[in-house]
Design a protein around this ligand. Structure first.
Ligand code: ISE
Length: 333
């Protein structure tokens, strides 16, 4: 059976998902695209022979020819669209973050629990990146002993115009929060956001250092710098009792020329996480066919947003902030 996918959002990520679905994922077909920007929607539909335009996203969700929905619209629209999918018991892969507040994430979990089966996947694609997967595997293998510290770097070339200081946490650092939970298998108990000297190339507080204290004492430090200029650069090093695990730089070759040695950085996350995005979409399609969920759940989406909200409080107050989580519903065990 081919899964007929409806896509909401024809922006940067929506267009990339459409391209990956059309060229690199087996068992799925993009049948509909929705975007409030009619020109953008038509442009994407024109590149994809199998899809038609449906202006209203709720009509797309209701369309009987749409089996499953991919949400890649602006962050603040995610929660309502996921809830609309759950009302019709349709599976949905929602780009991060799951919703704009913890309360809205709780509503999503309540609605999914009322249905009684996992229908929501959150697009924390780093869980499918071979480097992070291997980091987790080597830690779990136990040879390096316990994890102690995780150092993370998250640098973008330049922030889009809609980005604000708090969005460094809710839109960018959420990836570090999710991947730290994934690799370490622990929850975050306290968050502290430290604000270094600001770059003069932007008016927002950039960079920010997000410190996560995990419930087993591991400390994660993540530098989030979204106007770093030189390239898209994501790094991670896990310091364990008997050694370290470091992500490899994401390039195939190093070039020596004119008395220099070097490699090119990608300009954004799409090439850097190309393998992860493809694997995430393929796993989602396979999960739809098999009924066995894969990837980040609504619970994971809720926790990332809850930790980010604690981070926002810390950013505002300058103090460490405790993370308080709801009990985890059995559906996510
Ligand atoms: C963007 O929305 C992403 O999800 C990227 O992975 C991240 O690196 C970037 O900072 C975000 O703005």
């Amino acid at each position: 059976m081919t899964v007929r996918v409806g896509l909401i959002g024809a922006g940067v990520m929506g267009a990339d998902h459409a391209r990956i679905l059309a060229t690199a994922v087996a068992g799925a077909e993009l049948v509909a695209v929705s975007d409030l920007d009619a020109a953008r929607m038509s442009k994407l539909v024109a590149t994809c022979k199998t899809a038609r335009a449906i202006a209203n996203p709720l009509d797309l969700i209701r369309d009987p020819n749409v089996d499953a929905v991919l949400v890649a619209s602006p962050d603040e629209t995610h929660g309502a669209l996921v809830l609309a999918c759950l009302d019709l018991e349709k599976s949905v892969l929602c780009e991060k973050p799951l919703a704009k507040s913890m309360q809205e994430c709780v509503k999503v979990m309540e609605r999914e629990n009322a249905v009684g089966r996992r229908l929501v996947t959150v697009g924390y694609m780093r869980r499918f990146d071979p480097g992070y997967v291997e980091m987790k595997r080597r830690l779990d293998e136990g040879e390096l002993g316990a994890a102690l510290v995780m150092h993370c770097v998250h640098r973008n070339v330049a922030a889009p115009s809609f980005m604000t200081g708090p969005m460094l946490i809710t839109n960018s650092a959420v990836h570090e929060i999710d991947i730290a939970r994934f690799v370490l298998g622990r929850e975050v108990r306290r968050v502290t956001v430290v604000t270094p000297r600001k770059t003069g190339l932007s008016s927002m507080q950039d960079p920010q250092i997000v410190l996560l204290e995990m419930d087993n004492g591991v400390v994660v430090d993540a530098e989030i710098f979204v106007n770093a200029q030189y390239g898209y650069d994501v790094r991670a090093e896990l310091v364990c009792e008997k050694g370290t695990i470091t992500l490899m730089p994401p390039h195939d070759v190093t070039v020596r020329h004119s008395a220099q040695e070097g490699f090119a950085f990608p300009s954004d996350w799409r090439p850097r996480f190309a393998i992860a995005y493809r694997a995430e979409l393929q796993a989602w399609v396979e999960a739809l066919r098999s009924g066995v969920p894969a990837g980040a759940s609504a619970w994971d989406g809720y926790v990332a947003t809850a930790v980010a909200e604690a981070g926002l409080k810390s950013l505002a107050s300058g103090h460490p902030t405790e993370v308080k989580l709801e009990p985890r519903p059995a559906l996510y065990d």
